[in-house]
Design a protein around this ligand. Structure first.
Ligand SMILES: NC(=O)C1=CN([C@@H]2O[C@H](COP(=O)(O)OP(=O)(O)OC[C@H]3O[C@@H](n4cnc5c(N)ncnc54)[C@H](O)[C@@H]3O)[C@@H](O)[C@H]2O)C=CC1
Ligand SMILES: CC(C)CC(=O)C(=O)O
Ligand SMILES: [Mg+2]
Length: 366
């Protein structure tokens, strides 16, 4: 299979994790006989410095002609005080909106050998397997007006009924092919948009009789994620709530460096991006965890290219690498060996090239 992949490394640790990801995809291409054509584009702070805008037109054109997009991360202290249209994050919001990537899928599951980086009891996180379905192109990140006037500052939370309905449907569809439970998270005791959200969920529910539906208010959901995360299968929620809850949920796995995501359009086109940001505190040190980025690439292979064995090869390679005790600084493994970004990538590639890893996967699919 021949595919064009747009690489948008971005800022901070973005280029470091993207370099590793590209190497892993090259190993997959060689192992499974595919041709992946990579082309890089600028986005975020680097694009502001080079082109005077966080989302240059060439980058949009590159994304439009590609079969899928991989994005690292944007932002950093250098641009923190810039006016809002010159903030790196505007580039990311812009490309999501421009490409119509309304559904952000953020899977969170326990990785057996990892010790959660928090006081969570092992029995509370040992069987976590949940999927946050976050609305990505509406809500308070996009509503107008937004800005300052005198001593007043405004951000607007805005949704159309259609925007709510399409993400809620996505949540139901995904729950129906997983364990059949949908938790809709809102703030319907306060926000009008959340009331419409809840009405929409209740209106669509009869179309999915096999899906059990429950509603949780976002403050309580934040607590339940830590208290009893195994209760969740699919969580569907609006943009801001999904952003916050997914960073919280990352701690169930051990690190923010472990969470991948897929940002999808209704036709299956997607941009694949780790949940984490540009991590300026560790950028340039060679210690960033590239596994969220790599597993985002696995999601790309599965969701946009329908390359199921190849996606699983990456996931199994990551799992075996961790089971053998190799990890980056952000992770804790008992009696493990700490490696840098490049070191862990080498181990994952060794696993991809390991005969038994691939044999096991091919047998599953035969
Ligand atoms: N998708 C994106 O491009 C996102 C960009 N950002 C931007 O990133 C910048 C930094 O934001 P923060 O709030 O610090 O969030 P962050 O996600 O960049 O970092 C939070 C903490 O997690 C650690 N961390 C994150 N990813 C890691 C990885 N792969 N390996 C090891 N440790 C990792 C960082 O070192 C830091 O201590 C800001 O400019 C923010 O706007 C934030 C979130 C998402
Ligand atoms: C940097 C923001 C635009 C978004 C964010 O934090 C995220 O998508 O997780
Ligand atoms: Mg975020």
């Amino acid at each position: 299979m021949k595919k064009r992949i747009a690489l948008l490394p971005g800022d901070g640790i973005g280029p470091e994790v993207m370099a590793g990801c590209q190497k892993v995809l090259e190993a997959i291409a060689e192992r499974f006989n595919h041709e992946f054509l990579f082309e890089e584009g600028k986005i975020g702070g680097g694009a502001i410095d080079a082109e005077g805008t966080p989302l240059p037109e060439q980058t949009v054109a590159l994304c439009e002609k590609s079969d899928a997009i991989l994005l690292g991360a944007v932002g950093g202290p250098k641009w923190d005080d810039a006016p809002s249209h010159l903030r790196p994050e505007k580039g990311l919001l812009g490309i999501r909106k421009k490409m119509g990537l309304f559904a952000n899928l953020r899977p969170v599951s326990t990785v057996k050998s990892l010790i959660p980086a928090s006081p969570l009891k092992e029995e509370v996180v040992s069987n976590v397997d949940l999927l946050i379905v976050r609305e990505l192109t509406g809500g308070i990140y996009f509503g107008q007006p937004s800005g300052r006037e005198g001593d007043k500052v405004v951000d607007t939370l805005e949704y159309t009924k259609q925007e709510i309905e399409r993400i809620v449907r996505k949540g139901f569809e995904l729950a129906s092919v997983r364990r059949g439970k949908l938790t809709s998270v809102d703030k319907a005791n306060v926000l009008e948009s959340s009331k419409v959200w809840r009405e929409t969920v209740n209106r669509i529910a009869p179309e999915f009789p096999d899906v059990e539906v429950e509603h949780q208010l976002v403050d309580s959901a934040a607590m339940q994620l830590i208290r009893y995360p195994e209760q969740f299968d699919v969580i569907v929620t609006e943009n801001l709530f999904g952003d916050i809850l997914s960073d919280e949920a990352s701690m169930l796995t051990g690190s923010l460096g472990m969470l991948p995501s897929a940002s999808l359009r209704s036709d299956g086109f997607g941009m694949y991006e780790p949940v984490h940001g540009s991590a300026p505190d560790i950028a340039g040190k060679g210690i960033a965890n590239p596994l969220a980025m790599i597993m985002s690439a696995a999601m790309m292979l599965r969701y946009t290219f329908n390359l199921f064995e190849e996606a699983q090869a990456i996931e199994v390679a990551v799992q075996h690498t961790l089971e053998e005790g190799y990890h980056t600084k952000d992770l804790v493994i008992e009696n493990g060996q700490e490696l840098g970004t490049e070191g862990i990538i080498e181990k994952v590639i060794e696993q991809i090239n390991e005969e038994n890893t691939i044999k096991g996967i091919l047998e599953t699919y035969s």
